[in-house]
Write a protein that binds this ligand. Structure first.
Ligand code: 2YJ
Length: 278
């Protein structure tokens, strides 16, 4: 899993309105709508839950330590979705957790270098960023492509985000192929889902125009793979496109470091529903 960096998160708060406008132009959905669709709730239900729900973000120093701007980016994203009652704990780690609970938080957000979770303390529900990111980006891809039913989609990367995407893509009627440099991950996914395993990435990229890039590799999607109808959902950090491929694809790509994942975590943590699982 790629660790986020200060520079990736520092401007998220300042640019969130522009980000949301661009998302709407590309996908037809706002960030809130993407989160709600991914979590399986409607916007008014979301609003009802959100107004009565205090949220705390707890900075965590373990591993490589704090990422400057990470907690405030998470806070601003949740604020942007309509929750006015979000605070970052002044204390860190365990003391921060105690402060969050004593301060009446119903949902807490916390991340170390390996895992990023939202926990609804009242419902005893844990939402993992990887699962939420996969589900949120599938909704964004659906908007970008104007529907995924019957579409063939290549998922690059069979890790936690990739698996969540496979599951959500199949729920939306897509035919899903998976490539991972570690073919063992593809074999494991094939045991659980009806996927088409791909062994050669270059060859696969020449045949698919709907791509879900859940891999941390860069420079794998090249200009020759980009067709006029190619669309890409790229939650992986960095995105797998070369600079030239990125220029060619123009606005037919969704990529952000945190926004869709955090928004979807929040919506999933608020609701009682669990998205359909196998
Ligand atoms: O609290 C802090 O400032 C840090 N402990 C944040 C650590 C953030 N964690 C990561 O960057 C992980 N690799 C998970 C990020 C998942 C984003 N898709």
């Amino acid at each position: 899993m790629t660790r986020l960096s200060d520079s990736l998160v520092e401007f998220i708060g300042m640019q969130l309105d522009d980000y949301d406008r661009e998302l709407l132009e590309k996908t037809g959905f706002t960030l809130k709508q993407i989160a709600c669709f991914a979590a399986g709730i409607n916007e008014s239900e979301f609003q009802n839950f959100a107004t009565s729900c205090k949220v705390a973000v707890i900075p965590i120093t373990s591993g490589k330590g704090l990422i400057k701007g990470f907690s405030s980016a998470v806070r601003v994203i949740i604020n942007h979705l309509g929750c006015g009652d979000v605070f970052i704990t002044k204390k860190l780690d365990v003391a921060g957790l105690a402060e969050a609970v004593e301060g009446g938080a119903k949902i807490i957000f916390l991340a170390d270098d390996n895992q990023f979770v939202a926990i609804n303390l009242y419902r005893r529900k844990v939402v993992d960023n990887a699962e939420a990111t996969g589900r949120g980006y599938v909704v964004a891809l659906e908007g970008l492509k104007k529907g995924l039913d019957g579409e063939s989609v290549l998922v690059i990367g069979g890790g936690r985000v990739g698996e969540s995407a496979v599951c959500a893509l199949q729920e939306r009627g897509a035919k899903v192929a998976v490539f991972d440099i570690d073919q063992g991950k593809v074999i494991n996914l094939k045991r659980k889902y009806e996927i088409i395993p791909e062994e050669n990435l270059d060859d696969a990229l020449s045949r698919y125009s709907v791509l879900f890039d859940a891999s941390p590799a860069c420079g794998i999607v090249k200009p020759e793979h980009i067709r006029s109808d190619t669309v890409v959902a790229a939650p992986g950090i960095p995105p797998g496109l070369t600079t030239e491929a990125h220029l060619l694809i123009g606005s037919r790509i969704i990529h952000d470091p945190l926004q869709i994942g955090v928004a979807t975590m929040y919506a999933m943590a608020l609701t009682e529903n669990n998205p359909i699982r196998r």
